[in-house]
Design a binder for this molecule. Structure first.
Ligand code: BG6
Length: 470
């Protein structure tokens, strides 16, 4: 153990979740259905008509009833921050009604009370892959401009309610994924194969306007609030030194960077306008949209799991596993049990890139290893010996420390799924990320009991030493 640490004092260590992956209680407390309630296989299969018993998210890990105990476990690890999302359909069950659901609002009051009790800072995602189902079915989600108004109303409602006690807010989870996972990310009910590129970029535009509007509303309500955008960060490397590969890298990066450019600089960058023009895409952009864009974010947050390669050679364009943004596998990197390529150095690279490009403080709001865990008994105590998870997180944090040494400003780091939860892409329980094991399985069986894994103590030590124990 070294005694020095690159992590600044006050660094926000913690964990991140999403309502639909932990809460359960899908039809309690006045909640309406969300798209997730009809996605029993995640994005691996089309949605169902009605909620079906094989959908693990309907009960998830029952955080709705167990939040106080779970937050106490986070506090035991020394969490400084806890990222969670508000289920939009708990507040506006349909999404387009006039009045919010008080019972839904009261639930998050209680969650915030609990966090406050333990001195844990909340970090709230306003929309995390859980658009109200009614908005998806009636308006085709973010393909409709009307969603901006519904979202603004929802945002104003929760900001007025919690804005005096919550400093950090995120507008849309992984906003750049709307181009790749239209239902999950954009609440778009039309099957992906029936959507044109123009329709996807239009949906992205409406979300970007709504995101900037959320920033405006938050600052109106409380100027001390810090609003962040949230991006999937996937560093892209050229498969070979061929300039055609480097150009393919740049094109792939542009398709993601324009989301951050708009959020931080308040306008479409030239390369994006050229792309749209050359694709024959004419977006519905109003002067009011342009004005709204000027409300830029206070910080940039992102998820980081993997990097990919790109090539200009169509013959080599094999897609990697599990990566919704596409890309070619990297021959130099190992992969997780789900085929996600593991690249700690990529975190240092992308953090430097984002900082150099946008000069906004960064927040790593997701990073972690989804793995199959085995519950064992050690000295009469049930646990998981998850050294593989400790190694993964340790290596990534060392690289984040390197980025900080490089001069990158980083506000905090929240691991994905500090407690086991239902996975987003495959809707499985067996893809576990947590420091805390939850006894629930892919067939829905299990007691929902919680057990501390080996990584639980490891993370507690990292936090207590502010990263010096890495
Ligand atoms: C991110 C999402 O893309 O990755 C989370 O924001 C998700 O919701 C996480 O859970 C990990 O992906 P998965 O598919 O392993 O759950």
């Amino acid at each position: 153990m070294t005694s020095t640490t690159p992590f600044p004092p006050g660094f926000l260590w913690g964990g991140a979740t999403a309502a639909n992956q932990i809460e359960g209680a899908y039809d309690q407390g006045g909640k309406g259905l969300s798209i997730q309630d009809v996605m029993p296989k995640g994005i691996a299969a089309p949605p169902t008509q009605e909620p079906t018993p094989d959908n693990l998210k309907l009960e998830a890990i029952d955080f709705y009833h167990r939040y106080a105990d779970d937050i106490a476990l986070f506090a035991e690890m020394g969490f400084k921050v806890f990222r969670f999302s508000i289920a939009w359909s708990r507040i506006f069950p349909l999404g387009d009604e006039a009045e919010p659901n008080e019972e839904g609002l009261a639930f998050y009051d209680r969650v915030l009370d609990e966090l406050e009790k333990h001195g844990i800072e909340p970090l709230i995602t306003l929309s995390h892959y859980e658009t109200p189902l009614h908005l998806a079915r009636t308006y085709d989600g973010w393909r409709s401009r009307k969603l901006i108004g519904f979202y603004e109303k929802y945002v104003r409602t929760v900001l007025e309610r919690y804005g005096s006690r919550v400093t950090y807010w995120l507008t849309f989870n992984e906003i750049n994924s709307v181009l790749h996972a239209p239902l999950l990310s954009g609440g778009i009910a039309t099957p992906p194969e029936e959507l044109s590129k123009g329709e996807l970029y239009q949906a992205a535009h409406y979300e970007l306007v709504a995101s900037a509007a959320a920033t405006r509303i938050a600052h109106e309500i409380n100027p001390d609030i810090k609003v962040g955008c949230m991006l999937i960060a996937i560093p892209v490397y050229p498969l070979t030194p061929d300039p055609a590969d480097a150009l393919a890298v740049q094109a792939a990066q542009h398709d993601n960077y324009f989301f951050g450019d708009i959020h931080t600089r308040g306008a479409y960058p030239g390369y994006a306008l050229r792309f749209l023009r050359e694709q024959g895409i004419e977006l519905d952009i109003t002067d009011e949209d342009r004005e709204t864009f000027t409300h830029s974010v206070d910080f940039v947050s992102f998820s980081y799991y993997m990097s990919v390669c790109q090539t200009g050679d169509p013959a080599k364009q094999a897609a990697g596993e599990g990566n919704i943004l596409g890309g070619v596998p990297n021959p130099h990197l190992p992969a997780s049990q789900w085929g996600w390529q593991i690249d700690p150095v990529g975190l240092r690279i992308i953090a430097n890139d984002f900082w150099d490009r946008w000069r906004k403080p960064l927040f790593v709001v997701e990073n972690g290893l989804g793995a199959r865990d085995e519950l064992v008994e050690v000295d009469g105590v049930r646990t998981v010996l998850d050294d593989y998870r400790i190694d993964y997180l340790n290596d990534h944090l060392v690289q984040l420390g390197e980025a900080i040494e490089d001069g990158v400003e980083v506000l905090g780091y929240t691991t994905w799924g500090p407690i086991d939860l239902v996975s987003a892409s495959t809707a499985q329980m067996s893809k576990r990320y947590g420091f805390i094991y939850v006894d629930r399985h892919d067939d829905g069986s299990g007691s929902l009991e919680r057990y501390r894994k080996k990584s639980f103590d490891w993370y507690a030590q990292v936090i207590a030493s502010n990263g010096a124990s890495l």
